[in-house]
Design a protein around this ligand. Sequence first.
Ligand code: GLN
Length: 493
Amino acid sequence: MTALNELTLAEARDGLKAKDFSAREIAQAHLDAIDRAKALNAYIVATPDRALKMAEVSDQKIAKGEARPLEGLPLGIKDLFATQGVHTTAGSKILEGFEPHYESNVSSQLWRDGAVMLGKLNLDEFAMGSSNETSAYGKTISPWRRQGSDAPLVPGGSSGGSAAAVAAHLCLGATATDTGGSIRQPAAFTGTVGIKPTYGRCSRWGIIAYASSLDQAGPIARTVQDCAILLGSMAGHDPRDTTSVDLPVPDFEAAISRGVKGLTIGIPKEYRVEGMPAEIQRLWDQGADWLREAGATIKEISLPHTQYALPAYYIVAPAEASSNLARYDGVRYGLRVPGKDIAGMYENTRAAGFGREVKRRIMIGTYVLSAGYYDAYYVRAQKIRTLIKRDFEAAYASGVDAILTPATPSAAFGIGEMASADPVEMYLNDVFTVTVNMAGLPGISVPAGLDAQGLPLGLQLIGRPFDEETLFAAAQTIENAAGRITLPKAWWA
Ligand code: GLN
């Protein structure tokens, strides 16, 4: 029999309903797996007492025939989501000791629907990064290794703890957030599925802000179906987030079996970037073939402003971050380092509390927003953002239903390999994902194969605004054709 923590979320749901096992048993199986996986450092904090208490409630509900949609399903929560009474850090020392008095909207909807919280997942500090190497709580190690090597690899970032935990069977699914790729890139690096929904689909209320006009929550899970199930609970209008959209939440799970017959899938020629490994190109071609064989029409399209997306993103995101992070002053949350007066206390707290990458972003952001440079950098970046959005609008207006691209320009890299003196090297990893946030569109990453070293590679599908259903349908088509990736054996346990 499959170990309880190795079931898919959908299988676990059915097994609980059929009373094949109890919510307590599946929670315990995960807690044991988490205990054995300390080497991966995927969880910043596990919450076993809370998990078992929630599981007990679930077992009672199931016994009474009152099971809710996610009854008894154990999940991990990225430590960017505020969880009431549970240490919430954003991977930063500056939030040390912070226990929110409130629950994020997204996580509260998961508990409303009966899910069980296993703990808080590691991430790059304030979700800034692509490798999980900037967390103040230590790096997360990927469960994956290159064939014949035991060099540790990154799980991607910033939702690296979420992706690693899902791939290592330390939860059935996890919450994540994506500002420039932080759901899709770690999903691609770990052979898992991750969807960043349309901006406004999930409430940002209670999620620690990085760049508010780009941030969006979404799930990471082991299958397309599991992502569809989770997004159904995470999404929905919330008046406390004025950018949350008042639209009904579709039945995402029903959409996975729609297929792609009659759809037009765009292949943007600008994503054929220089120096892209041949195996990524092959995977992309393979993905297009799979969709064609399933009845879609493949069409080459142009998104002419793609090359400006990355530089514009790295102006807009730090600008908003510098403003959002101004609130960490030692007065209201977490860490406080005394100084000779209040300004000294601010300075000491921020100097000690923020890591290098966060400080770099605050400095860049402050610079591009400063009086002398605002027009030269920030305003121009916003104009480019509009042009990028128009590129997508034109493609969709020409009859394209979704766009297929690689998720990342490479497979996972080694710990330390990109942490060179030049941070831009790491930023380049976001080349295929940031455009989607700049345009506010939904994007899904789905595992599609392995590279020559046996590491997973993902394909990305980009959709029309609020058309996550088409993405689920197309991603399911790819998952069916590619076959599910065999996740690594537990060398860490
Ligand atoms: N890697 C990108 C950054 O560092 C994206 C991060 C994210 O999506 N949160 O900004």
